[in-house]
Design a protein around this ligand. Sequence first.
Ligand code: PMP
Length: 285
Amino acid sequence: RFAYVNGRYVRHKEAAVHIEDRGYQFADGIYEVCEVRHGALVDTTRHLDRLDRSLSELQIASPMPRASLVAVMREVVRRNRVRDGMIYIQVSRGVAPRDHLFPPQGTPPALVITARSSSPAKAAKTAEAGVNVITLPDNRWERVDIKSVSLLPNVLAKEAARKAGAKEAWFVDSDGYVTEGSSTNAWIVTAEGALVTRPAEHGILRGITRTAVLDLARREGITVEERPFTVEEAYRAREAFITAATTLVMPVVRIDDHAIGNGKPGSIATELRQRFHEVVETMPV
Ligand code: PMP
């Protein structure tokens, strides 16, 4: 078997993408699966129209003109001697050092095409008997408590933040409460000086930095309220900040069009940032 991988036809078992491919790291890519029947591609125009739409929605450049893409699809089908089966096309945003932000302009998208035979006789037999289904709550993808690589929404949010001249985007749930940032946890300090952050059971990743900051705050005698807060409350907060292993405690001075506090990093955020490493385990390399 053969696969097309970024301009080359390679043996299927040796076909590989780079570990920094954004599809691998962020699920930052799209795909199509088309039927191959009696040695012909089925419904290609509609599939490639949807592929174009998916690409444009994600602002991923087209990997090649449609005519070339079809030529490669045919070649993959031919090389794999597929008469009946399917063809798989995947395009990712390409290979770049890991960063939620889109890679620099001109980074070529990564393109993989494979084809596989299937048995029409077997499918016909299954169809004769029919199949069973079960029902499940549609939770695609609510499990943000799992540090999974399903990060496409986070990637798009981070890019939207950059476009708006911001460092981070805070997600807001349907009730107007802030959940967390695209790669950080979200915090505010109330007028009374209480630290507020969303409970980790509800729609956020339980940040390690978040846990450490909660420890630190309690040790410092700062009042901690683990509760959801709204965007409106955040606009009026005395301070705001974000936490992550990469940013540590990072003061936030503006949310949307609202200056936070006096528009400068707050004293609690600054103190927590300074004292952070007093409370965390460190292991010499
Ligand atoms: N939320 C999300 C969605 C993240 O990606 C991260 C960064 N891993 C965090 C929160 C912060 O977690 P931590 O403090 O463990 O880096």
